[in-house]
Design a protein around this ligand. Sequence first.
Ligand code: ADP
Ligand code: MG
Length: 740
Amino acid sequence: MAEKLRLKVVDEAFKRQPVEVTVPKERPSEYFAKYVFNKQKMYKYLPVDVYHKMCDVIDNGAPFDRTIADAVAEGIKTWAIENGVTHYTHWFQPLTEGTAEKHDGFVEHDQKGGMVEEFEGKLLVQQEPDASSFPSGGIRSTFEARGYSAWDPTSPVFIIGDTLMIPTIFISYTGEALDYKVPLKKALYAVDKAATAVSQYFYPEVKKVICNLGWEQEYFLVDEALYAARPDLVMTGRTLMGHDSAKNQQMDDHYFGSIPARVENFMRDIEIQALELGIPCKTRHNEVAPNQFELAPIFEETNLAVDHNMLMMSIMKRVARKHGFRCLLHEKPFKGINGSGKHNNWSLATDTGILLHAPGKTLLDNLRFVTFTVETLKAVLDHNGLLKASIMSATNAHRLGANEAPPAIISSFLGKTVTDLLEHLECADDNDLSMTGKTAFKLDIPAIPELLIDNTDRNRTSPFAFTGNRFEFRAVGSEANCASAMLTLNTAVAEALTTFKQRVDARVKEIAENIEFTEGGHNPVFHAIIDVVREDIKYIKPIIFNGNGYGDEWKAEAARRGLDCETSAPLVFDRYLDESSVKMFESQHVMTRFELKARNEIKWETYTKKIQIESRIFGDLCLNHIIPVVTRYQSMLIDNVHKVMEIFAGEKAQKISRENLVIIEKISDHESFIIENVEKMIAARKAANRIESEREKAIAYHDTVAPLLEEIRYHVDKLETIVDDEAWPLPKYRELLFIR
Ligand code: ADP
Ligand code: MG
């Protein structure tokens, strides 16, 4: 009987043994970046002048000089062939969820009847993958379906198996971005420019500001036999039905608990592979929910960190299978327990130090800290709706606001020390802060305790928390490409810093006209900075929230403060097309209105498709997995009642069968609800599919299809608790979550 399949796979999963991992003989520091063509390898494999030119490109953002392309390709080829590589591919990040690649061999005819390995500069630098099957939101009309991938020399090439992977950007024939990396790189350039200019107020020697990203990847592992018996997991990455397990995370015994052997081997394996690919893995631990784990590397420059996260996710999925697991990156694979996020730890740093680093000893350091903190918050306040849009998806929507992740309202937690500091600055006596007449400049910023980094309260409910020397953007989804959040945040900060500089410069002029400065007295610039910062401290108040983000009071309070409280994903996407957003992206040269519009089309379309797939597979499961099993079980009970009637007479029979009769009726009620509403859901889908506009269609799916998934599920889950365990066809939560 098909029903018994579940028990068979449960048995199989229970018996699975840990898979041994071959650990390299060298230490991690020795095999780190073994398969990456980093500077060390460049030094070895490239002519010296080419090596120096490459360093200039990587370190100083100098344009890549195509005349060296052949020499670089030759060096890469030699190194790759020494490592057994036979193929190469441009590796890019289209607007789907993953990465894309198309492999070509090095082999070519040598025109002498034999074959030869070839890899020329032009193959390294640019390719023309058939772009027509990647989403473009209408940017590429089919007659001009060409898209180009172009090498991004700031992200080193690497080797996976027999293939040389070349990180690239992906653009259309007409120059519009078709990926996440183009706007990300533009945003990083914008924030570099704006932040460098502001940094120079404090440290004139600063030449460059780098944006750092440290991501923390959460994920679930599920035994592959159990996974295969859950068509909903296979199709959608999440369970669309399943009753709570008696025990889930209420004992708090999983978090930081000892790591199960099978999982530990998996972790060891992915870490070795990641380290060999230059991903600086550092932290691994169990997460809050059963079978949930986390991995975090040391932070890196954002463009590289984004590539590394994409690479890590694909390594995790691949290696999981070797260990008899499936790795779930979906934000909410299981109802009723925590979902997975990907905290994005963000900071700006000059070549000499981190700009958000607090414990400055000098007035200058403190003022720098306050400036960058306040302007970051101004960016977050001005674009809080847009930032939410940058992390919103059909899948992440399940996690936000579910009392385990940040709510669907962007606010910032600062902790007591920094809040007090800002308050002090705002309220301080003007005489303390400003320059009256010819008295010397004085800035009474209280000392910031060194302990701040460990002290910043762990407010888990805040979507954007200050954690000592960085902000942690916690609302990012586990499955997401970090680039979406990072390009939005950095563009917003670039805009805030650009206007900050304009305001400060204007104020300097004003001050200089009115006050005479003595020789050796203080620079009017700091005076102006304080004036502008104080204005902004007042302005940013609505975004600061140090309380409990889960409470209903916060929702009401946030609405009063004018923060964006929308929760419907298709409507949240509208924020990309707000005039303030378009102005921000265009003025910082990150994306045009046209590109933003195209991207939104893709977002709505993707949203619709996800709900459509969920709804289809869910309907199928209800009608051909659940209902037949339930009906059989119900017939068994009915048979039993009949037999009881045959043996016993009247009232006695009634009495004996009472329980069964109640169950029979309950089953009927649930069954008819399910059947009726699956019909209704199909009708809702059909109606939605007829809508032309992608936006309206996505809204229809959100409003009319998605709620039915939840309503019907309730009844399926009830049936799971009633029907004979042996007959239930789908692995249960207690099996999916506790076998490892
Ligand atoms: P948590 O306690 O928040 O879970 P983790 O140790 O798991 O912290 O991860 C913190 C992440 O933040 C790591 O990737 C770490 O490298 C990164 N990080 C630390 N300092 C900075 C910084 N200044 N800028 C960006 N990321 C940082
Ligand atoms: Mg963290």
